[in-house]
Design a protein around this ligand. Structure first.
Ligand code: 9D3
Length: 253
């Protein structure tokens, strides 16, 4: 998969791409990331990428010509690849959107700064606007990194089967159960006995119930989209959790 990033701060991306899973995905050519410095496409002698808003008001707006020239260079004649503008008024990002992007061969991520980009650039060139959450950032770069990180780990071959994406917190809509490792006793606290028992069916039941309890407590609205098997329902009923789960899953929460 190929990512093209348009930004006035390409250096922000270097550390994120130089460590861990992203570094390995790049080295194995499972992804490529091309950073395009919008400032290289500014035409005036001060290399300005922003200007004051017509009509007045606070802050600055990103000029359309450098953005358009940079995008043209990034696409290199091919009109393939979805053009995504990171923006606080965009569609909310989610694991579902990440899975959708992971099915594409190319993403172009445009990072705005200041108060936003000129509306004509947005209308003529942007396929969709994407927000990473309801809080205010100083620009789109962190959003682009979130997209690159979350999409890359979904690509075939990026994660080993041991930590495969199929096991994720959001893969079936339940939060993950807590995990324990050595030592057996830490600051006076032990490890749940069942995890030491070697009884894999019992461990699986315990973890499933822990997942449901964690989800009920922390994110009950997530339960609305979870499908339980008949066997899981029996287990939940036996633990006195079925009714709570059904209440949490009911609409109008
Ligand atoms: C006063 C109006 N502001 C909108 C709430 C203007 C504004 C603030 C911050 C415009 C752009 C920005 C910079 N943010 C992003 O570029 C951004 C972002 C975000 O702020 N929150 C969540 N997701 C994203 S993706 C890009």
């Amino acid at each position: 998969m190929r990512f093209d990033v348009l930004t006035i701060f390409p250096d922000l991306f270097t550390s994120v791409l130089q460590e861990g899973i992203l570094r390995r995905a790049l080295a194995r050519e499972l992804i490529s990331v091309r950073l395009h410095d919008i400032r290289d496409y500014a035409t005036d002698r001060h290399r300005m990428t922003d200007d004051r808003p017509f009509g007045g008001g606070e802050g600055m707006v990103m000029k359309p010509e450098p953005l358009a020239a940079c995008l043209r260079a990034a696409l290199g004649g091919e009109a393939v690849g979805r053009v995504i503008l990171l923006s606080p008024r965009g569609r909310p990002y989610s694991q579902q959107v990440a899975r959708e992007y992971a099915g594409l061969s190319r993403l172009v991520l445009v990072c705005g700064r200041y108060e936003g980009v000129d509306e004509r650039f947005r209308r003529h060139y942007v396929d969709e606007e994407l927000s990473i959450g309801d809080y205010i950032l100083t620009g789109g770069e962190l959003g682009a990194m979130v997209v690159i990180d979350s999409v890359t780990r979904l690509l075939p071959g990026v994660l080993g089967c041991r930590d495969s994406a199929a096991n994720d917190t959001f893969s079936r809509g339940l939060l993950k159960h807590g995990q324990y490792t050595r030592p057996r006793v830490f600051e006076g606290s032990g490890v749940p006995e069942v995890l030491l028992s070697g009884d894999h069916a019992a461990i699986q039941r315990y973890r499933f119930l822990e997942s449901v309890r964690e989800t009920l407590q922390r994110r009950p609205s997530l339960l609305a989209t979870v499908q339980f098997t008949a066997e899981e329902k029996k287990l939940l009923a036996r633990e006195g959790l079925l009714e709570q789960v059904q209440v949490a899953a009911a609409p109008e929460k």
